[in-house]
Design a protein around this ligand. Structure first.
Ligand SMILES: NC(=O)C1=CN([C@@H]2O[C@H](COP(=O)(O)OP(=O)(O)OC[C@H]3O[C@@H](n4cnc5c(N)ncnc54)[C@H](OP(=O)(O)O)[C@@H]3O)[C@@H](O)[C@H]2O)C=CC1
Ligand SMILES: CC(=O)C(=O)O
Ligand SMILES: [Mg+2]
Length: 436
């Protein structure tokens, strides 16, 4: 199992080798890959053959031809999401190409299904331009109730997502942007409170200025952070208004400041959020931060800095990574299954900012509740409680499905993007979505 290897020293070379082999074996055996297709209707007689296929299948075809909404009634469209990548920003591994992104996209499909019973086709697209990507997704969109874009690098991801939202009447959601942002928002509110700080006053260094970074900072501003307190850094250092090499997306975060280097910014930062790549911040830089900092090193699979390294220089910080083998996993796995569940259940036309904020607030609230036995067992712990090592719910918390989809659905209805009512089996939202 990929867990508890970081409680003590760094894993040895042999342990690292065996972890890699274990991952390859998991994917290879007993059948290559992580997904299959299952049939949902009885299918063992001639009668059933004639219903599932010709002649019976012609009836739903004619119904949908005459009323496209009937696709939600007679096909799997309403519960089917496309997880689509062009492989240009796969985890923190960079541009691996479309084919090599497939294990990640299959993994996302597993999480959609296991956590929220959403069916997924993973689709890896060899698209050599933004236009080709947009065109491909538009053409296959009729199959799906929603589109989850994944691991598409900036700035292309912004153009692809915006064009598709405009063109399609189903939710289009770039998970690395908004999925990540929601978990960052939930975790940061809780971590800052534990450190005795507020989002409104916190000075934030965001390492990375791509898809995840820009959307996360947008959501934090929506939740109360001050734009002028954000120091976004790309591979050339602090993004400031004296730079003339910024895309329009980065330029939104160009602050008027005399800070030029990461060291300059870290010396005043209450919060470090890494959404860049491995090893992009040093122990010395973490040491520069004022008392009681929050450090989210979220690059996958290898963080900007490890918890072992941060703890070797200070013990007053709250730390999170994107990985499941350290405490505090800030990873979009907590978001996308449930956000789509809520959006699909009310047939939302899109996933808007209030739906994202509602998801973040519901998730943050859940971390404060008593931790159930099933979660303790999944983590092999005797006790877990809201605190520095538990700022965000576990992905194995069975209450996520009761907390997040109702909040998302309520926000969709409230903002007029839902096309159907709250399902009757939904519990009352655990948060008041008007109290944002
Ligand atoms: N934990 C989670 O849930 C998630 C984590 N992530 C992680 O976030 C990272 C970025 O993903 P994504 O936004 O999709 O990718 P993008 O390709 O869109 O953005 C990458 C950004 O990282 C910056 N960067 C790269 N190297 C450095 C460096 N040495 N110093 C400062 N900035 C650097 C790039 O700078 P420049 O603009 O100059 O090229 C770019 O702005 C990945 O590691 C990914 O695993 C992403 C989504 C979810
Ligand atoms: C978690 C995720 O989506 C990423 O690292 O890209
Ligand atoms: Mg991703």
């Amino acid at each position: 199992m990929f867990r508890d290897t970081h409680d003590g020293d760094c894993p040895s070379y042999m342990a690292e080798y065996s972890r890699k082999q274990e991952a390859l074996d998991y994917h290879e055996h007993p059948k290559p890959g992580k997904l299959g297709i299952s049939v949902t209707k009885p299918f063992s007689t001639y009668g059933e053959l004639s219903l599932a296929y010709t002649p019976g299948v012609a009836e739903p075809v004619k119904a949908i031809r005459d009323n496209p909404e009937d696709a939600y009634r007679y096909t799997s469209k309403g519960n089917l999401v496309a997880v689509i990548s062009n492989g240009t920003a796969v985890l923190g591994l960079g541009n691996t190409g479309a084919l090599a992104s497939k294990p990640v996209m299959e993994g996302k499909a597993v999480l959609f299904k296991k956590f929220a019973d959403v069916d997924v086709f993973d689709i890896e697209v060899d698209a050599d331009s933004v236009e080709a990507m947009i065109d491909t997704v538009k053409r296959i969109a009729p199959t799906f109730g929603g589109i989850n874009l994944e691991d598409i690098g900036a700035p292309a991801c912004f153009e692809v997502e915006n064009a598709l939202i405009e063109a399609l009447d189903i939710p289009v959601f770039h998970d690395d942007q908004h999925g990540t942002a929601i978990i960052v928002g939930a975790g940061l509110i809780n971590a800052l409170e534990l450190q005795g700080k507020t989002l409104a006053d916190a000075k934030i260094v965001c390492m990375g200025a791509g898809a995840a970074a820009i959307a996360s900072m947008d959501l934090l501003i929506e939740m109360g952070a001050a734009r002028e307190n954000i120091y976004m850094c790309d591979s050339r250092g602090v993004i400031h208004d004296g730079r003339d090499d910024l895309s329009k997306y980065k330029a939104k975060f160009a602050t008027t400041t005399d800070k030029r280097t990461v060291d300059d910014a870290m010396a005043i930062a209450d919060v470090f959020i890494g959404l860049s790549g491995p090893d992009t911040v040093s122990k010395q830089q973490i040491g520069l931060m004022p008392a009681k900092p929050v450090v989210f090193a979220l690059s996958n699979p290898n963080p900007e800095i490890t918890p072992e390294d941060t703890r070797s220089v200070r013990d007053d910080l709250i730390m999170a990574t994107g990985r499941s083998d350290y405490p505090n996993q800030i990873n979009n796995v907590l978001g996308f299954p449930y956000i789509f569940r809520g959006a699909l259940d009310v047939r939302a036309k899109r996933i808007n900012m209030p739906m994202c904020v509602a998801a973040a607030r519901a998730m943050g609230e859940l971390a404060r509740r008593e931790v159930p036995q099933t979660v303790l067992e999944a983590h092999d712990k005797d006790a877990l409680a809201f605190g520095p090592d538990y700022i965000i719910p576990s992905p194995f918390d069975p209450r996520l499905i009761d907390f997040i989809p109702p909040a998302v659905a309520a926000a969709a209805i409230e903002t007029g993007v839902a096309r159907s009512d709250t399902p009757s089996h939904y519990p009352q939202p655990a948060i008041d979505i008007n109290d944002q």
